[in-house]
Design a protein around this ligand. Structure first.
Ligand code: ZN
Length: 467
């Protein structure tokens, strides 16, 4: 009796030793440097996911969605403790679209295309792509990439973050990865990050009881596919010897004999999808979205006198002086901003919808952190939320604003009043109290040349006494 007890204990100890040997045998993945907080990952991902849910048709079918959610949960349960971010919220949605693709956003939201589930030959193949996507999330590759870019290229980053949030027409998300869109930013990674996601993905699969060989198989399937397949591969480029590297890691983990996951649940989910009417293509969805676009007051004709050459100075708040063309009035003030516009250019939005102006400037103060580039990016994201067509059109420039160093960036938008393209110039600078001073100039694109000079004079001559 006693001897057997001892032997059982010895076995337990052996098992523990073995499992720790297993842990040291696996390749150690170190998350890249990241200047963002995990909470910022969550916020960025949340905003982008909201946009995705608005623009892409999610599959509403309990059997399939709970099946995919179950796969996701199984992988989440396998996340090693050092990569668990308590603030992350993992969600797994199925997008009812034909292309074979999947993507994940910072902080946890993941979207798997119906086409991916239909193309998989076993559950492990779906899990393989999901494990790879989840690894990008855990290693925080989206914001790590943003961190690197901010150091060198404020212009690109502002545009990309903005594009990440607003650029997402269905097409740019799913079909045209090279476009200015969510994919450009959060889903297109360097080979180094790809290699990390492959290896961590194998580790997650092994811990979840899958055979990582399935991941390599799915990558081969993607490579052979037309249509959506190459799209995933262009966002997730082959870091070199992809299949071999996956199998090598799988062997290190003794996971090559795990089951492939040809489960009854997998069979049921595929049968269910087969019984449905075929999914639309990303292109179909994009066209549908474009037809849906025009709303509200759009289509109005606006006639406005050009900016006067003489200027009038306003004092919107203590310590702030703003000089604007003499034929502009303060048409709206409230919260932390004031709008100056010529007659006929301001629409109060009384009959539904928000207020809007077609010509003029808005001057305001937003909350800042002392980091001008980052604050400008988050302001852009903020505007993008209420202006879905907003896009960066030029590079951000370092230009003096209110007599201090500032950033100016040109944007393109579609006026919600006229339905026509409009030119937007955004300038920012930090205030000494930590606030972010911003000046947004707006004019129809066809009149941009007439207004650019006025916008420049306004941002250069604005005075703030914040000492
Ligand atoms: Zn990847």
């Amino acid at each position: 009796m006693k001897a057997r007890f001892t032997s059982a204990r010895t076995q337990t100890i052996l098992a523990i030793l073995l499992s720790s040997a297993l842990v040291t045998a696996q390749t150690r993945i170190v998350p890249p440097d990241n200047g963002y907080s995990p909470a910022q990952d969550v916020e960025l991902g949340r905003q982008a996911a909201a946009q995705v849910r608005q623009e892409l048709p999610l599959l509403r079918d309990d059997l399939v969605t709970s099946y995919v959610d179950g796969l996701g949960r199984r992988l989440v349960a396998a996340i090693p403790s050092e990569l668990r971010h308590p603030e992350f919220r993992y969600t797994f949605d199925v997008v009812n679209v034909r292309e074979i693709n999947a993507f994940a956003l910072p902080g946890g939201p993941m979207f798997v295309n119906r086409g991916m589930i239909e193309a998989a030959r076993d559950e492990g193949e779906i899990a393989g792509v999901m494990a790879h996507e989840l690894s990008h999330v855990l290693l925080r590759h989206g914001t790590a990439q943003a961190t690197k870019a901010t150091k060198y290229e404020i212009g690109a980053i502002a545009g990309q973050v903005l594009g990440a949030i607003v650029g997402g027409t269905a097409g740019s998300i799913i079909a045209q990865g090279s476009n200015f869109g969510i994919s450009t930013y959060f889903m297109k990674f360097s080979r180094e990050y790809e290699s990390q996601a492959d290896i961590l993905g194998v580790q997650l699969m092994a811990r979840a009881g899958y055979n990582p060989q399935s991941m390599a198989n799915m990558f081969q399937t993607l490579a052979k596919q037309g249509g959506g397949g190459p799209e995933w591969l262009s966002d997730h480029p082959n870091p070199g010897n992809r299949e071999q590297r996956i199998l090598q890691e799988a062997r290190l983990l003794n996971a090559t004999n795990n089951p492939s996951g040809n489960t009854p649940e997998f069979q049921r989910a595929q049968a269910r999808l087969k019984g449905m009417s075929p999914a639309l293509t990303a292109k179909d969805i994009q066209q549908q979205n474009q037809r849906r676009q025009p709303t509200g007051t759009s289509g109005r004709t606006v006639n406005v006198a050009p900016p006067s050459g003489s200027y009038r100075t306003y004092q919107p708040s203590n310590g702030m002086r703003v000089a604007v063309p003499a034929n502009w009035d303060a048409v709206q003030s409230g919260g932390n901003s004031v709008t100056y516009a010529p007659q006929g250019a301001y629409f109060s939005g009384d009959n539904g919808g928000g207020s809007a102006f077609t010509h003029g400037v808005e001057v305001g103060v937003a909350q800042g952190t002392g980091d001008l580039q980052r604050d400008t990016n988050s302001l852009l994201r903020n505007f993008a939320q209420s202006n879905p067509d907003l896009q960066q059109s030029g590079r951000a420039r370092n230009e003096s604003v209110a007599g201090r160093s500032g950033i100016t960036v040109d944007l393109a938008n579609v006026s919600e009043v006229t339905g026509q393209p409009e030119y937007i110039s955004l300038s920012t600078t930090e205030l000494r109290n930590g606030g972010l001073l911003y000046i947004i100039g707006v004019a129809p694109r066809t009149e941009a040349g007439t207004y650019q000079d006025a916008f420049r004079r306004i941002r250069q001559n604005i005075q703030v006494a914040d000492r």
